[in-house]
Structure formats: structure tokens, C-alpha cells
Design a binder for this molecule. Structure first.
Ligand SMILES: Nc1ncnc2c1ncn2[C@@H]1O[C@H](COP(=O)(O)OP(=O)(O)OP(=O)(O)O)[C@@H](O)[C@H]1O
Ligand SMILES: [Mg+2]
Length: 280
């Protein structure tokens, strides 16, 4: 059942080699080498669609455990960046590595997900007719047992883990409700719970608060902030009230490149950012 994971050359992504990068780390299978604190590197990544450059030599690094916001105008390449990380789109050029040693550009979407990158799409994909508890149970048991499904006994450990997840996503009181009856924001939190059940090292969220009420959006912000340090998260969002709630380091994309990076106040004060995105 093991997946072949292409390893990068021993010099370590982006480094000039030497030192201990690539050597000297004994990793168990499935482990991600974050010896340089970085969980994800994009280096000079370019993607063109019919001659149009959606990503233009984009370079970016996300630290392990970091909560990073990516903002920028429509068409800046934010979703394309996530498509490249998850293997949905192949870059024309550049390197994408997960930790120091895993080359994502040579892996299939399913292998990337298995290696520990979870992605949340805008439309929640929960099993509507199953309860919240069952949705988490299925996610925990994983794909292999999925179709044999609920007939499998849930161990005490699994039950404890589901309780933990319910607390994290604040759906303890909804555990026995069919997921189809949840409010939009609750469904979105359930989907994050389903992703967390699979214990990804990196979670990608593309416009997670679209369609949420202010209260739901505040709850999601609290959830993401609570995951900081335990979970690396990249959030793409236009909703600046939400971004302000969760912002640590913020990256502004424009025309497929990084226009600015820093705290939200720093990027907001950047003339180039003001001109192309945030205005005034
Ligand atoms: N499959 C595709 N075929 C052709 N062009 C595409 C494709 N995917 C994206 N593009 C183009 O690439 C550019 C970047 O799109 P992308 O969806 O990454 O932007 P975005 O930053 O996510 O924008 P938004 O904030 O509106 O979601 C856009 O001009 C878009 O039209
Ligand atoms: Mg987008």
C-alpha cells in the first residue's frame, strides 16, 4: 500500500547544498523533512494557459505550523497556485517541494493527498444523509475501509479522536444530526473536521468564508487560529475582515507573482498593493 514518493536531489530544495540538508536525516516512511522549518516551497513556478501566464516564476515558502493568508485581486493566480500544489495543474517550470525532499510536481493528485496535503473546496462535500459523527468516523477510517463503511466497529481510540474533532470544529451538539441539516457554516466546519481526521500536514483553504454569516466566519477564524502551530494552513480569502482576524504573515499575489509579503498592516501600507488591490 505504500506510495512511491519522488525524492528531490540531495542538495535540498533551493539550498546550495552542503551542510546537513538532504543528508543525515533519518526519516521514517511518510515523514516530512521539515529540518529547515519549511513545509512547502514553491520556486520559480510558472503556469501558462494558452500563452497567458497565470503564475509567473512564483516563489513562496510556508513554515511548518504556520497560518498563512494569501490575498490578491481576481485572476492573480491564487487558485492556480493551489492547483499546482495539489497536483491538479502541472507547472510548465519551477519546483514545488513538500518539506525538504518530496517533489510534488512529479506526483499524482491522489499521492499528494496521501502524502499529507489536504484541500478544502468551496462547496462542502459531506455525506448529507449521514450524521456528523458518521462523517468523521468515515473520514477517520480512511478510504480503504470506506465502502465497507459503518459495519466496521469503531475502537475506543477512534471514538475519542472523533470527540476531539467535534470539539475542535465546535459541533459537539450536532453530532447526531444528519450533515444535510447543518447550516452552511457548520457544514464548512464539518468539512474541515473531515480533512483534519486524515491528519494532513498542510491544509489549503480557498475562500472558506464565502457565503458565511459574520458569526460563522468568526467561528471559522477562531478554529483556524486554534490550529496554529499544530497544523500548517494556507488560506486564500478576499474577505478582509476575516483576514484581519487570522492574519499573521500575509502574501499578496498579483499577476502570478508575489507583490508583497509581511504583516497585514505592512502589506496594506505598501504602495504597489494599494494600487492594484486594497485601494485608497
Ligand atoms: N484552466 C484554465 N484555463 C485557462 N485559463 C485559466 C484556467 N485556470 C485559470 N485561468 C486563468 O488564470 C488566471 C488566474 O486564475 P486564478 O483562478 O488562479 O485566479 P485567482 O487569484 O484565484 O482569482 P479569484 O480571486 O477570482 O479566485 C485567470 O486569468 C484565469 O482566467
Ligand atoms: Mg480563485
Amino acid at each position: 500500500m505504500s506510495t512511491a514518493i519522488p525524492r528531490l536531489a540531495a542538495s535540498g530544495a533551493g539550498s546550495s547544498g552542503g551542510g546537513e540538508s538532504g543528508y543525515g536525516h533519518l526519516l521514517r516512511e511518510g515523514e516530512i523533512d521539515v529540518s529547515h522549518r519549511v513545509i512547502l516551497y514553491l520556486e520559480d513556478v510558472s503556469v501558462s494557459f494558452d500563452g497567458f501566464r497565470a503564475l509567473d516564476a512564483l516563489s513562496l515558502a510556508i513554515d511548518d505550523g504556520e497560518l498563512r493568508c494569501v490575498i490578491g485581486p481576481n485572476g492573480a493566480g491564487k487558485t492556480t497556485m493551489m492547483d499546482v500544489i495539489t497536483g491538479k495543474t502541472r507547472p510548465d517550470a519551477g519546483r514545488v517541494s513538500f518539506g525538504q525532499s518530496i517533489d510534488l510536481t512529479r506526483m499524482r493528485e491522489s499521492a499528494i493527498a496521501q502524502a499529507g496535503i489536504g484541500r478544502k473546496f468551496q462547496k462542502p462535500t459531506v455525506f448529507e444523509q449521514h450524521t456528523v459523527w458518521e462523517n468523521l468516523e468515515l473520514a477517520l477510517k480512511g478510504e480503504r475501509r470506506w465502502w465497507r463503511g459503518l459495519a466496521w466497529r469503531t475502537t475506543l481510540d477512534e471514538a475519542r479522536r472523533i470527540d476531539e474533532l467535534l470539539a475542535t470544529i465546535r459541533l459537539e451538539d450536532e453530532a447526531r444530526r444528519p450533515a444535510g441539516l447543518l447550516a452552511h457554516g457548520q457544514k464548512q466546519r464539518l468539512e474541515i473536521g473531515i480533512l483534519l481526521a486524515q491528519e494532513p500536514r498542510l491544509l489549503l483553504l480557498d475562500e472558506p468564508v464565502a457565503g458565511m454569516t459574520d458569526e460563522e466566519s468568526e467561528r471559522l477564524a477562531d478554529l483556524l487560529v486554534a490550529l496554529e502551530g499544530r497544523q500548517s494552513i494556507v488560506v486564500v480569502e478576499h474577505d478582509m475582515a476575516f483576514v484581519r482576524r487570522i492574519a499573521r504573515r500575509v502574501t499578496v499575489l498579483h499577476e502570478g507573482r508575489v507583490l508583497a509579503e509581511g504583516t497585514l498592516d505592512e502589506v496594506k501600507a505598501d504602495d504597489a498593493v494599494v494600487e492594484v488591490y486594497l485601494g485608497r
